[in-house]
Design a binder for this molecule. Structure first.
Ligand SMILES: Cc1cc2nc3c(=O)[nH]c(=O)nc-3n(C[C@H](O)[C@H](O)[C@H](O)COP(=O)(O)OP(=O)(O)OC[C@H]3O[C@@H](n4cnc5c(N)ncnc54)[C@H](O)[C@@H]3O)c2cc1C
Length: 288
Protein backbone atom coordinates (compact mmCIF):
# COMPACT_ATOMS: atom_id res chain seq x y z
CA UNK A 1 0.00 0.00 0.00
CA UNK A 2 1.17 3.51 -0.78
CA UNK A 3 1.89 5.72 2.26
CA UNK A 4 0.26 8.70 0.56
CA UNK A 5 -3.11 6.91 0.58
CA UNK A 6 -2.84 6.47 4.35
CA UNK A 7 -1.69 10.06 4.86
CA UNK A 8 -4.55 11.41 2.75
CA UNK A 9 -7.19 9.14 4.31
CA UNK A 10 -9.92 10.68 6.45
CA UNK A 11 -8.49 9.08 9.60
CA UNK A 12 -5.21 10.65 10.77
CA UNK A 13 -2.31 8.25 10.30
CA UNK A 14 0.44 7.29 12.71
CA UNK A 15 3.87 6.08 11.66
CA UNK A 16 6.75 4.92 13.85
CA UNK A 17 10.41 5.22 12.89
CA UNK A 18 13.11 2.68 13.68
CA UNK A 19 16.78 2.65 12.77
CA UNK A 20 18.88 -0.34 11.70
CA UNK A 21 22.16 -1.28 13.45
CA UNK A 22 25.48 0.35 12.60
CA UNK A 23 27.25 -3.02 12.46
CA UNK A 24 26.21 -6.59 11.68
CA UNK A 25 27.17 -7.62 15.22
CA UNK A 26 24.12 -5.85 16.61
CA UNK A 27 21.73 -6.90 13.85
CA UNK A 28 19.72 -9.49 15.82
CA UNK A 29 19.19 -7.36 18.94
CA UNK A 30 18.20 -4.28 16.94
CA UNK A 31 15.97 -6.32 14.65
CA UNK A 32 14.22 -7.62 17.77
CA UNK A 33 13.75 -4.03 19.04
CA UNK A 34 12.34 -2.99 15.63
CA UNK A 35 9.98 -5.98 15.72
CA UNK A 36 8.65 -4.84 19.10
CA UNK A 37 7.92 -1.40 17.64
CA UNK A 38 6.24 -3.01 14.61
CA UNK A 39 4.07 -5.11 16.93
CA UNK A 40 2.39 -1.86 18.03
CA UNK A 41 0.74 -1.88 14.60
CA UNK A 42 1.00 1.74 13.50
CA UNK A 43 -0.45 2.60 10.08
CA UNK A 44 3.04 2.25 8.66
CA UNK A 45 6.64 1.93 9.78
CA UNK A 46 9.61 3.86 8.52
CA UNK A 47 13.17 2.54 8.56
CA UNK A 48 16.12 4.94 8.36
CA UNK A 49 19.11 4.64 6.04
CA UNK A 50 22.71 5.30 7.04
CA UNK A 51 24.59 7.49 4.65
CA UNK A 52 28.02 6.14 3.75
CA UNK A 53 27.47 2.40 4.19
CA UNK A 54 27.07 0.81 7.61
CA UNK A 55 23.39 0.63 8.26
CA UNK A 56 22.30 1.05 4.63
CA UNK A 57 22.50 -2.64 3.83
CA UNK A 58 20.20 -3.41 6.75
CA UNK A 59 17.42 -0.95 5.88
CA UNK A 60 15.83 -3.14 3.23
CA UNK A 61 16.23 -6.29 5.38
CA UNK A 62 14.45 -4.74 8.34
CA UNK A 63 11.81 -2.93 6.27
CA UNK A 64 10.82 -5.99 4.27
CA UNK A 65 10.82 -8.20 7.34
CA UNK A 66 8.48 -5.77 9.18
CA UNK A 67 6.26 -5.56 6.11
CA UNK A 68 5.92 -9.34 5.90
CA UNK A 69 5.65 -10.03 9.62
CA UNK A 70 2.97 -7.42 10.37
CA UNK A 71 1.37 -7.13 6.96
CA UNK A 72 1.90 -3.37 7.21
CA UNK A 73 3.26 -0.87 4.67
CA UNK A 74 6.81 0.35 5.21
CA UNK A 75 8.58 3.53 4.21
CA UNK A 76 12.25 2.79 3.51
CA UNK A 77 14.57 5.81 3.76
CA UNK A 78 17.16 6.22 1.03
CA UNK A 79 19.94 8.81 0.97
CA UNK A 80 22.03 9.69 -2.08
CA UNK A 81 24.97 11.86 -1.05
CA UNK A 82 27.39 8.94 -0.76
CA UNK A 83 26.05 7.08 -3.81
CA UNK A 84 26.41 7.19 -7.53
CA UNK A 85 23.58 6.66 -10.00
CA UNK A 86 24.34 2.96 -10.42
CA UNK A 87 24.27 2.49 -6.64
CA UNK A 88 20.90 4.22 -6.33
CA UNK A 89 19.46 2.16 -9.19
CA UNK A 90 20.72 -1.02 -7.46
CA UNK A 91 18.98 0.01 -4.22
CA UNK A 92 15.75 0.72 -6.12
CA UNK A 93 15.95 -2.71 -7.78
CA UNK A 94 16.40 -4.34 -4.36
CA UNK A 95 13.50 -2.38 -2.85
CA UNK A 96 11.24 -3.30 -5.73
CA UNK A 97 12.21 -6.98 -5.43
CA UNK A 98 11.47 -6.82 -1.68
CA UNK A 99 7.98 -5.46 -2.34
CA UNK A 100 8.72 -2.04 -0.79
CA UNK A 101 6.44 0.63 -2.26
CA UNK A 102 7.38 3.76 -0.30
CA UNK A 103 10.66 5.67 -0.13
CA UNK A 104 11.67 8.70 1.94
CA UNK A 105 14.15 10.30 -0.47
CA UNK A 106 16.97 12.12 1.30
CA UNK A 107 20.21 13.75 0.41
CA UNK A 108 21.90 12.71 3.69
CA UNK A 109 24.50 14.70 5.60
CA UNK A 110 27.64 15.58 3.66
CA UNK A 111 30.48 13.39 5.01
CA UNK A 112 33.53 15.24 6.35
CA UNK A 113 35.80 13.31 3.98
CA UNK A 114 33.55 13.85 0.93
CA UNK A 115 35.19 13.94 -2.51
CA UNK A 116 35.19 17.32 -4.36
CA UNK A 117 31.64 18.53 -4.97
CA UNK A 118 31.91 18.50 -8.77
CA UNK A 119 32.48 14.71 -8.69
CA UNK A 120 29.17 13.98 -6.92
CA UNK A 121 26.26 12.40 -8.81
CA UNK A 122 23.77 13.94 -6.36
CA UNK A 123 23.88 17.31 -4.62
CA UNK A 124 20.30 17.60 -3.37
CA UNK A 125 17.42 15.29 -2.47
CA UNK A 126 15.37 16.73 -5.35
CA UNK A 127 17.74 14.97 -7.80
CA UNK A 128 17.09 11.66 -6.04
CA UNK A 129 13.34 12.34 -6.05
CA UNK A 130 13.47 12.91 -9.83
CA UNK A 131 15.48 9.70 -10.29
CA UNK A 132 13.00 7.60 -8.26
CA UNK A 133 10.09 9.15 -10.11
CA UNK A 134 11.68 8.28 -13.42
CA UNK A 135 12.27 4.70 -12.18
CA UNK A 136 8.55 4.53 -11.38
CA UNK A 137 6.29 2.56 -9.06
CA UNK A 138 7.22 4.14 -5.72
CA UNK A 139 5.39 6.62 -3.50
CA UNK A 140 8.04 9.26 -2.69
CA UNK A 141 8.31 11.33 0.46
CA UNK A 142 10.96 13.84 1.57
CA UNK A 143 12.21 15.69 4.64
CA UNK A 144 11.38 19.26 5.66
CA UNK A 145 12.65 21.54 8.38
CA UNK A 146 10.26 23.84 10.28
CA UNK A 147 13.28 25.72 11.69
CA UNK A 148 15.14 25.56 8.33
CA UNK A 149 17.85 23.12 7.35
CA UNK A 150 21.09 24.08 9.14
CA UNK A 151 22.89 24.63 5.79
CA UNK A 152 20.31 27.09 4.46
CA UNK A 153 21.17 30.76 4.30
CA UNK A 154 17.63 31.64 5.40
CA UNK A 155 14.13 30.19 5.56
CA UNK A 156 13.05 31.73 2.26
CA UNK A 157 15.83 29.90 0.42
CA UNK A 158 15.06 26.66 2.26
CA UNK A 159 11.38 26.84 1.31
CA UNK A 160 12.31 27.63 -2.30
CA UNK A 161 14.42 24.44 -2.36
CA UNK A 162 11.55 22.54 -0.72
CA UNK A 163 9.18 23.64 -3.47
CA UNK A 164 11.68 22.33 -6.05
CA UNK A 165 11.75 18.98 -4.22
CA UNK A 166 7.96 18.76 -4.33
CA UNK A 167 7.91 19.80 -7.99
CA UNK A 168 10.39 16.98 -8.71
CA UNK A 169 7.81 14.44 -7.50
CA UNK A 170 7.74 14.37 -3.71
CA UNK A 171 4.22 13.44 -2.60
CA UNK A 172 4.48 14.22 1.12
CA UNK A 173 6.98 15.73 3.55
CA UNK A 174 7.93 14.61 7.06
CA UNK A 175 9.23 17.27 9.43
CA UNK A 176 12.35 17.35 11.49
CA UNK A 177 11.57 17.24 15.21
CA UNK A 178 10.29 20.40 16.92
CA UNK A 179 9.33 21.01 20.54
CA UNK A 180 7.15 24.05 20.09
CA UNK A 181 4.06 23.60 17.91
CA UNK A 182 3.97 27.33 17.16
CA UNK A 183 7.09 26.76 15.03
CA UNK A 184 5.22 24.10 13.05
CA UNK A 185 2.17 26.34 12.49
CA UNK A 186 4.35 29.25 11.28
CA UNK A 187 6.20 26.93 8.91
CA UNK A 188 2.96 25.47 7.57
CA UNK A 189 1.64 28.97 6.82
CA UNK A 190 4.84 29.95 5.01
CA UNK A 191 5.14 26.82 2.86
CA UNK A 192 1.49 27.01 1.84
CA UNK A 193 2.04 30.66 0.83
CA UNK A 194 5.01 29.47 -1.24
CA UNK A 195 2.86 26.90 -3.06
CA UNK A 196 4.06 23.74 -1.30
CA UNK A 197 0.76 21.91 -1.23
CA UNK A 198 1.57 18.29 -0.33
CA UNK A 199 0.53 16.79 3.04
CA UNK A 200 2.93 17.46 5.92
CA UNK A 201 3.60 14.67 8.41
CA UNK A 202 4.54 16.10 11.83
CA UNK A 203 7.65 14.39 13.24
CA UNK A 204 7.62 14.13 17.02
CA UNK A 205 10.63 13.16 19.09
CA UNK A 206 9.82 12.09 22.66
CA UNK A 207 12.68 13.23 24.89
CA UNK A 208 12.78 10.83 27.82
CA UNK A 209 16.36 11.30 29.02
CA UNK A 210 17.97 14.63 29.92
CA UNK A 211 21.11 13.76 27.95
CA UNK A 212 19.08 13.41 24.73
CA UNK A 213 18.32 17.13 24.73
CA UNK A 214 21.81 18.33 23.85
CA UNK A 215 22.14 15.79 21.03
CA UNK A 216 18.68 16.58 19.64
CA UNK A 217 19.40 20.31 19.64
CA UNK A 218 22.81 19.77 18.02
CA UNK A 219 21.36 17.52 15.31
CA UNK A 220 18.34 19.59 14.45
CA UNK A 221 19.16 23.09 15.68
CA UNK A 222 15.68 23.10 17.20
CA UNK A 223 14.61 25.73 19.71
CA UNK A 224 13.78 24.52 23.18
CA UNK A 225 10.80 26.36 24.73
CA UNK A 226 11.00 27.28 28.41
CA UNK A 227 8.16 24.87 29.25
CA UNK A 228 10.30 22.05 27.87
CA UNK A 229 13.47 23.34 29.53
CA UNK A 230 11.77 23.51 32.97
CA UNK A 231 10.54 19.94 32.51
CA UNK A 232 14.07 18.67 31.85
CA UNK A 233 15.58 20.82 34.63
CA UNK A 234 13.07 19.51 37.14
CA UNK A 235 12.72 15.82 36.21
CA UNK A 236 15.97 15.16 34.32
CA UNK A 237 17.84 13.55 37.22
CA UNK A 238 15.03 11.05 37.95
CA UNK A 239 14.94 8.48 35.11
CA UNK A 240 11.36 7.31 35.71
CA UNK A 241 9.96 10.79 36.13
CA UNK A 242 11.78 12.11 33.05
CA UNK A 243 10.50 9.21 31.00
CA UNK A 244 6.92 9.84 32.04
CA UNK A 245 7.22 13.60 31.55
CA UNK A 246 8.74 13.11 28.07
CA UNK A 247 5.90 10.80 27.01
CA UNK A 248 3.32 13.28 28.29
CA UNK A 249 5.04 16.24 26.58
CA UNK A 250 5.13 14.44 23.20
CA UNK A 251 1.50 13.31 23.67
CA UNK A 252 0.42 16.90 24.36
CA UNK A 253 2.14 18.10 21.21
CA UNK A 254 0.26 15.43 19.26
CA UNK A 255 -3.10 16.30 20.83
CA UNK A 256 -2.67 19.92 19.68
CA UNK A 257 -1.54 18.87 16.18
CA UNK A 258 -4.46 16.48 15.69
CA UNK A 259 -6.97 18.94 17.15
CA UNK A 260 -5.90 21.44 14.50
CA UNK A 261 -6.19 19.06 11.57
CA UNK A 262 -2.68 17.66 10.99
CA UNK A 263 -3.28 14.55 8.85
CA UNK A 264 -0.35 12.42 9.97
CA UNK A 265 1.95 12.00 12.96
CA UNK A 266 5.36 10.40 12.85
CA UNK A 267 7.10 9.33 16.07
CA UNK A 268 10.88 9.03 16.25
CA UNK A 269 10.87 5.97 18.54
CA UNK A 270 14.65 5.54 18.92
CA UNK A 271 13.83 1.80 18.73
CA UNK A 272 12.10 1.90 22.14
CA UNK A 273 8.68 0.26 21.84
CA UNK A 274 7.66 1.10 25.40
CA UNK A 275 7.95 4.86 24.78
CA UNK A 276 5.98 4.62 21.53
CA UNK A 277 3.39 2.48 23.33
CA UNK A 278 3.08 5.04 26.13
CA UNK A 279 2.30 7.77 23.60
CA UNK A 280 -0.05 5.55 21.61
CA UNK A 281 -2.02 4.73 24.78
CA UNK A 282 -2.36 8.44 25.52
CA UNK A 283 -3.76 9.22 22.06
CA UNK A 284 -5.57 5.95 21.32
CA UNK A 285 -9.00 7.54 20.97
CA UNK A 286 -7.78 10.47 18.86
CA UNK A 287 -6.77 8.66 15.70
CA UNK A 288 -10.24 8.30 14.25
C1 LIG B 1 12.12 13.07 8.53
C2 LIG B 1 13.62 12.94 8.34
C3 LIG B 1 14.18 11.68 8.12
C4 LIG B 1 15.55 11.54 7.91
N1 LIG B 1 16.08 10.28 7.71
C5 LIG B 1 17.41 10.13 7.45
C6 LIG B 1 17.97 8.84 7.14
O1 LIG B 1 17.27 7.83 7.16
N2 LIG B 1 19.29 8.77 6.84
C7 LIG B 1 20.09 9.90 6.80
O2 LIG B 1 21.29 9.76 6.51
N3 LIG B 1 19.61 11.12 7.11
C8 LIG B 1 18.29 11.27 7.42
N4 LIG B 1 17.78 12.53 7.69
C9 LIG B 1 18.70 13.70 7.75
C10 LIG B 1 18.96 14.33 6.36
O3 LIG B 1 19.62 13.40 5.52
C11 LIG B 1 19.84 15.56 6.57
O4 LIG B 1 19.13 16.56 7.25
C12 LIG B 1 20.52 16.13 5.32
O5 LIG B 1 21.50 17.09 5.71
C13 LIG B 1 19.57 16.83 4.34
O6 LIG B 1 18.82 15.93 3.67
P1 LIG B 1 17.54 16.44 2.80
O7 LIG B 1 17.02 15.25 2.12
O8 LIG B 1 16.64 17.22 3.63
O9 LIG B 1 18.31 17.39 1.76
P2 LIG B 1 17.83 18.50 0.71
O10 LIG B 1 16.36 18.55 0.56
O11 LIG B 1 18.65 18.29 -0.50
O12 LIG B 1 18.29 19.83 1.46
C14 LIG B 1 19.63 19.98 1.93
C15 LIG B 1 20.03 21.46 1.89
O13 LIG B 1 20.20 21.87 0.53
C16 LIG B 1 19.34 22.96 0.21
N5 LIG B 1 18.88 22.76 -1.16
C17 LIG B 1 18.10 21.75 -1.61
N6 LIG B 1 17.92 21.86 -2.94
C18 LIG B 1 18.61 22.95 -3.33
C19 LIG B 1 18.84 23.58 -4.59
N7 LIG B 1 18.29 23.09 -5.71
N8 LIG B 1 19.61 24.70 -4.64
C20 LIG B 1 20.17 25.19 -3.50
N9 LIG B 1 19.99 24.62 -2.28
C21 LIG B 1 19.23 23.53 -2.21
C22 LIG B 1 18.22 22.90 1.24
O14 LIG B 1 17.64 24.17 1.43
C23 LIG B 1 18.98 22.42 2.47
O15 LIG B 1 19.66 23.46 3.10
C24 LIG B 1 16.41 12.70 7.93
C25 LIG B 1 15.84 13.96 8.17
C26 LIG B 1 14.46 14.10 8.37
C27 LIG B 1 13.87 15.46 8.64
Amino acid sequence: MKAIDLIKAEKPSLSLEVFPPKTGAKFESIKEACDKVGALKPDFMSVTYGAGGGTSEFTIDIASSLQKKYNMPVLAHLSCISSDRAGVRAQLDKMKAAGIENILALRGDIPEDAAPRDTWDYHYASELVAEIKEYGGFCIGGACYPESHPESANQKEDIKALKAKVDAGCEFLTTQMFFDNAIFWNFLYKIREAGVDVPIVAGIMPITKAKQVERAVKLSGTQVPSRFKYMVDHFGSDDEAMRQAGIIYASEQIVDLLANGVPAIHIYTMNDATIAEGIMNNISKLLK
